[in-house]
Design a protein. Structure first.
Length: 152
């Protein structure tokens, strides 16, 4: 079951270029944006970002830091910086029609990028950005699959 109130997306660099997808539906139809999607019920946002990235692009990456959080009364979106592990980028042919690798500088100048992705990437390439790094701390009462803390 998807929880449409909680969403995630990820910034993944492969050889100095950022991974983007061309969306096939909704308000972002035919526009490029950072890959992501809905957090499933009972799923950590970190795991959702990794799962959505793999499903949409065939790329495996791990969440490294929390870059931004967008809040609206009806929804929030956590934006992660992710570490590329493996996989050749490809479209899922369903939620996206194309996968692109662009420099962040090139991506922000494109007229077909979503406004949110543009703002995220502008901050990503700025010199004064800040990130909350994912901690390796796991309390004894939990495990790595069910716990994540950033900035500690």
């Amino acid at each position: 079951m998807n929880n449409k109130h909680f969403t995630v997306c990820g910034i993944v660099e492969i050889s100095g270029k950022v991974l983007l997808v061309r969306h096939t539906y909704g308000s972002a139809k035919d526009r490029i944006l950072l890959p992501g999607g809905f957090v499933q019920e009972g799923e950590l946002p970190t795991r959702a970002a990794e799962r959505e990235l793999l499903e949409e692009t065939g790329v495996t990456a791990h969440t490294k830091s929390l870059f931004a959080v967008q809040f609206k009364p009806e929804q929030w979106c956590a934006v992660f910086v992710m570490e590329y592990i493996s996989g050749d980028p490809r479209s899922d042919g369903y939620e996206n029609s194309e996968v692109l690798l662009l420099s962040p500088e090139e991506a922000i100048t494109r007229p077909d990028i979503t406004n949110m992705s543009r703002e995220i990437l502008k901050a990503y390439i700025s010199d004064d950005r800040s990130e909350l790094t994912k901690s390796g701390y796991i309390p004894a009462s939990s495990d790595v699959e069910n716990y994540a803390i950033f900035g500690v």
